[in-house]
Design a binder for this molecule. Structure first.
Ligand code: PLP
Length: 483
């Protein structure tokens, strides 16, 4: 069962598909696929009838179908998932007040807040386990190594990788893309070869490829997007050819929220023999992702956008590809043997983790995916999708507000501009009401150029957001427009 965008809904009925990771909630076999069960945001299709509730698993409140989420006005969609009030209680920062008002955190595309489970895991690690890893022959080194390698196993499971050795810990999405561009790119991309990107890319999935292209004399080709902010698949197909070496695209646009048809795009790229890197920075916190179902060659993410600490991210790479890639940074930990004449290198993932690793952040990220596994990413997806539909509908009713990006399939982020007030000023006005949104170009200037704007206001959702957050946002935008 596949969410458009390639995300896999754990479902044992998929022939040959990898087993769902432990902790994921399986929908009952009577449940409809997500495409069928969820309202389309801007499409013509009518929202379909409610899907069945996810089965409860005793012991975790979030798996108990306690509360029907509110239906968006005019939509028949409703689904019993979890009580978002319970989720909110897990995030201490949501109790903060800003300018005397309760914090409304709608800047999740920039970074997500941290659940107590992650905070406490870090405290425990520093109080009881902390040491450098791998090298020490003492008890704390062993504990710390277990915690660090345990986190790698959790991330491998969360992403559906076939082995933890396919998971490289890096500083974040930016570093992961630079690693692939530098190591894989320099080896496999030559003069006259082509790198295909989309208009929707974050700067960090553009600039590293420009470095390689400039160095080797390769050409960057860009897939256009429609007025709705959807990639134009026909044009994409035409751009692919025998010179295409790499296709790198975002799974979800950070500026518009568009979910790209990742699985289809990977298949098309593979047909011409190209490799594919998917930038999952804006996807992994919103719906289940399975790298094997996607058949991604590389998949990258940032821990801080996945309820984990900053300073850690993941590069997933197929084992065969990582195995033949040269190191990109030299130092301790990544070697087999060093002499002044010659050095030999460790196998992946250590080959790509030179120096002291990003220890505590990786352990914290492991706790974050444990937390998400307990909620179930399918449930996260349903909750957010319903909230996105509600936000889209209520924001679109504000006269003087124009949505930028009206794709039928969206997750996380939405963008808008308002008449007569700059995006930055809207951001400042909303902040006075305790509402955190991002206003600017979102490190996606080509996307802004495509829509003829310099900046947008970008509220973005996470599992802990609720309808009250959206109502507060809508009220504040209306007030801003009145003044
Ligand atoms: N790619 C996308 C789609 C993003 O949204 C971001 C951050 O906003 C990045 C890459 C860069 O992530 P980081 O700054 O964590 O490396």
């Amino acid at each position: 069962m596949t969410l458009s965008g390639g995300a896999m809904i754990p479902n044992t009925s998929i022939p040959g598909s990898p087993a769902p990771f432990p902790g994921a909630v399986e929908l009952p076999s009577t449940a409809q696929g997500m495409d069928g069960a969820l309202p389309r945001l801007f499409g013509d299709a009518e929202p379909s009838a409610s899907a069945s509730a996810a089965p409860g698993t005793p012991g975790y409140y979030f798996l108990t179908p306690t509360l029907a989420t509110r239906s968006s006005p005019g939509s028949s969609f409703s689904r019993r998932i979890f009580d978002v009030r319970d989720i909110r209680r897990d995030f201490p920062i949501l109790q903060e007040r800003v300018h005397g008002k309760p914090l409304v955190w709608l800047d999740n595309a920039a970074t997500t807040q941290k659940p107590r489970a992650v905070i406490q895991r870090l405290v425990h690690y520093y109080e009881h386990e902390y040491s450098n890893v791998h090298r020490g022959a003492h008890t704390l080194a062993a504990r710390s190594t277990d915690a660090y390698e345990g986190a790698r196993e959790k991330l491998a499971r969360f992403l559906g990788a076939s082995s933890p050795s396919e998971v490289v810990f890096v500083r974040g999405t930016t570093e992961a893309i630079n690693l692939v561009a530098s190591s894989w790119g320099r080896r496999h991309i030559g003069a006259g070869d082509e790198i295909v990107l989309t208009t929707l890319e974050h700067h960090s999935n553009i600039v590293p490829w420009q470095f390689v292209a400039d160095e080797v004399g390769a050409v960057i080709r860009v897939v256009p997007v429609s007025d709705r902010g959807e990639v134009m698949l026909d044009d994409y197909g035409k751009l692919l050819g025998p010179r295409t070496r790499m296709v790198a695209f975002t799974h979800v646009s950070n500026a518009l929220g568009t979910i790209l048809p990742a699985q289809e795009m990977v298949q098309m790229a593979h047909r011409v023999g190209a490799r594919v890197l998917i930038d999952g920075a804006q996807a992994v916190a919103h719906f289940p992702v399975n790298v094997q179902t996607l058949d991604a060659d590389f998949y990258v993410l940032s821990g801080h956008k996945l309820f984990g600490p900053s300073g850690v991210g993941v590069l997933y790479g197929k084992k065969a590809l990582l195995d033949e890639m040269p190191p990109w940074q030299g130092g301790g930990n990544m070697i087999q043997r060093v002499t002044f004449e010659k050095s030999t290198f460790a196998d992946p993932p250590a080959r790509f983790e030179a120096g002291t690793a990003t220890l505590a952040p990786a352990v914290g990220l492991g706790a974050a995916v444990d937390y998400l596994d307990r909620i179930g990413m399918v449930n996260v997806a349903f909750h957010e999708r319903e909230l996105m539909a509600y936000a889209t509908e209520t924001l679109s009713q504000i006269s003087g507000l124009r949505m930028i990006g009206t794709a039928a399939e969206k997750a996380g982020a939405m963008s808008f501009v308002v008449d007569g007030i700059s995006a930055e000023d809207v951001g400042r006005i909303l902040d006075q009401d305790g509402i955190a949104v991002r206003a600017g170009h979102h490190c996606a200037q080509p996307t802004m150029d495509r829509f003829g704007v310099d900046a947008t206001v970008r509220p973005s959702l996470a599992v802990y957001n609720n309808h009250a957050d959206i109502d507060t946002l809508v009220r504040a935008v209306r007030r801003a427009l009145r003044h």
